[in-house]
Structure formats: C-alpha cells, structure tokens
Design a protein around this ligand. Structure first.
Ligand code: GDP
Length: 364
C-alpha cells in the first residue's frame, strides 16, 4: 500500500517503500511434535528407546502439579514399570560443602568410562521450596558429567512437601530405568528429614564426611550415620591426608558401637579425594561388593519389597492429604476455623474434628 504521507498534499514529505520482512517464526517449528501431542504409549515407546529429550519431558509431567499432566504421567509410569528395577540405586548425602557435586562429577565419569555404566543423577532438596530454585543436581555444579552423553542430570523437583518431592523422584527413577540407565544417584543435603526419604528409595546409602570438623559441626545426626552403608571421608589430599585417615578411624570406631544392620553388611569407611580423583575405584569396588553380598543373602530383594510397600502407603497418605486440602469448601472453612483457634474460641482438636467430620460427610 502506498504511504498516505506521499499524497501530494503533504508537500516536501516522501516516505520510501518498506522492505517486506520474513516471518519471525520458523515455519518448520510447527511440524515438530509438541509435548502435549504425545500419548502415554508414545512417551513410553520413546523412553524405552532411550530418547533423553522425551524422558525429560515425561519427568516434567511427573513433576507437574496439574491434574491432566499427572494423569498422563501416571499412565507412562505404569507402562514403564515392567522395564524398571534393573539399576543400582545409590543415595548420596553430606552437608553443604562436603563435596557432593565434586564427588558425583568424579564418580559419574569413573562409572561411565571405567565401568561402562549409564548414569542418572536425581536430587531431593527440601530447601528448594523456600529458595524457589533447586541447588542439588544442578548441571553447572557437575561440569565434566554434564558433557557426558551417557549421563542424565535432573535437578530436584521444587514444588510441594518433602513427601511429594520424594515421591516424584521415586517415580523419576522408574522412568530413568526404563530408559536404560543402569545406575541412579539420588543426592540430598545431609541436614534433615530428606535422608529418610532417600534411604527409602535406594539400595546403597553413601555418606560423605569431612575430616576435622566434628559431627556436631557437620550436622550429621547419629540416625544418618546408622543409615549409611558406606561412609567416605572426602578431601583426603595434600596435608589433609593424615586428618582424613584419623577421621576414618574414628568413624570406624563409632560404627562398631552400632548393632549390625539388618542387611548383615558392616558399613565400611574409606577416604578419597573427589577433587584429585583418588580412592574412587575403591569406593565403587565397595558398592559392587555390597550389591553381590545383599543379592546373595536376599536382602537386596527384601529392601526393594519393603520400599515398594512403604511407597504404597506414602502415596495413599499424600493423596488423601491433597484431596482434603484441595477441596474448595474445606479451604474456605479452614481459614475460619484457623481464626477461631487463634482467638481461643475453640480448641485445635475440636477444630480438627469439625473439619474432618465435614470432609467425611461431604465425601460420603
Ligand atoms: P557440595 O556443597 O557438597 O556439593 O560441595 P562441593 O562439591 O560444591 O564442594 C565444596 C568445596 O570443596 C568446593 O570448593 C570444592 O572445590 C571443594 N572440594 C570438593 N572436593 C574436594 C576434595 O576432594 N579436595 C579438596 N581439597 N577440596 C574439595
């Protein structure tokens, strides 16, 4: 169209014709299948082929809060289940600064190059909800591993309660195993409840410790040490080697005071350096030894079965709770009850009973 400004009545003004621009959107983009277009069967087919992009998309659905995403995710998990269970699942914990990411980077490269493994690194990070950004499992913390085509690194799911986050990680393990990953790491910070959740989904629990800081300082509770199948003292390098050996001896002594765990395996204590990559072969020899030991005495099966049972009840608990809190009538009434409790008009117990009565009557 001619520009109106070129009309002779605007004397002295002349506007040149513009150049037509190509569309900014890639015309081929439409041909690519979008995530929503996959059916659960197609997701499963691609995951079983080891398609990492589709695996990532499926994990996003697992992590999604939306009901329609959850419905697809659950179907994919169900379909992948018969192909799962064939990996070695390892929980890795240690306080911030213990060297988890440095170690996982070194362990991962060792497993892929020296032991022909395919590794998935997942994480459970209870702090991520508050900070709204997950720290654990971040690719930038594992520089070498993130360049490995045989490694899949996934940060911790961020939304929801610890139970919810842990359940999503457990479901992600199933998808990773179906995609052919034969080793799965689940990383967590060794400061709270999350170890129990990780312990309930792994075959071997590895605790990373440091020398010379004392247990109190490391925030490692006795309970966490009791859960460990192996304790590894990091940063055994330079002039820290003697201190690391001493710490290892102290941990060995401390472990002697605990009763033998139900696996029948006496937890081992080793020293290593994640940074200088020394002592790493010994750590994975220990893990392999544990696997052979527990497969032979039946504990491996037993632990997996108990975990399956545990997760059934966890899922029931989680879904009951969600169903209750997501009901709009309940949510409205809850605020009212909360204020009555705060003003000492009714007791907490009466308020809880009234709310539950209302819920059970409505869902009858
Ligand atoms: P995370 O918080 O547990 O993931 O710990 P990082 O892996 O980020 O390590 C914390 C700090 O310790 C970093 O500055 C690392 O470079 C350092 N570090 C980790 N492993 C070693 C090690 O084996 N030896 C030494 N000297 N330093 C290490």
């Amino acid at each position: 169209m001619e520009h109106p400004e070129n009309n002779p009545k605007y004397a002295g003004l002349n506007v040149n014709k513009g150049v037509s621009q190509p569309p900014i959107i890639n015309p081929y983009l439409k041909q690519k299948k979008k995530r929503q277009d996959y059916s659960p069967a197609e997701y499963t087919e691609q995951i079983l082929k080891g398609n990492i992009t589709v695996l990532s998309q499926a994990v996003t659905l697992v992590e999604s809060q939306k009901n329609e995403h959850q419905a697809i995710a659950q179907e994919v998990i169900e379909k992948c289940l018969p192909y799962s269970g064939r990996s070695v699942r390892i929980g890795i914990t240690g306080v911030p600064g213990a060297g988890k990411s440095t170690s996982i980077d070194a362990f991962g490269v060792h497993l892929i190059h020296d032991r022909n493994r395919k590794l998935a690194v997942l994480a459970i990070d209870p702090s991520s909800e508050r900070s709204k950004g997950s720290i654990l499992g971040d690719k930038t913390r594992m520089e070498d591993l993130s360049r490995e085509p045989l490694a899949f690194i996934r940060p911790s799911p961020t939304a929801g309660s610890l139970g919810g986050v842990a359940r999503k990680t457990r479901e992600t393990i199933i998808l990773c195993e179906a995609a052919g990953f034969d080793t799965v790491f689940v990383e967590t910070v060794g400061v709270g409840q999350s170890e129990t959740a990780v312990h309930s989904m792994v075959d071997f629990f590895l605790l990373i410790q440091l020398a010379g800081t004392g247990d109190e300082l490391q925030g490692i509770k006795r309970g966490i040490m009791e859960m460990a199948d192996g304790i590894i003292v990091n940063k055994a390098d330079g002039n820290n080697i003697d201190k690391a050996n001493l710490a290892a001896a102290q941990y060995r002594n401390a472990l002697h005071l605990f009763p033998l765990p139900p696996s029948g395996w006496s937890p081992k204590v080793l020293t290593y350096s994640g940074y200088y990559k020394t002592g790493i072969t010994e750590i994975w020899n220990m893990v392999d030894e544990y696997m052979t030991f527990t497969r032979n005495n039946g504990f491996f099966e037993f632990r997996r079965n108990s975990q399956a049972k545990y997760w059934m009840y966890e899922s029931i608990n989680e879904q009951l709770k969600n169903h209750f809190y997501q009901s709009p009538q309940i949510a409205k009434e809850l605020l009212l009850k909360e204020s009555q409790v705060l003003h000492s008009e009714i007791s907490s117990f009466t308020a809880a009973k009234l709310m539950l009565d209302k819920y059970f009557n409505e869902t009858k």
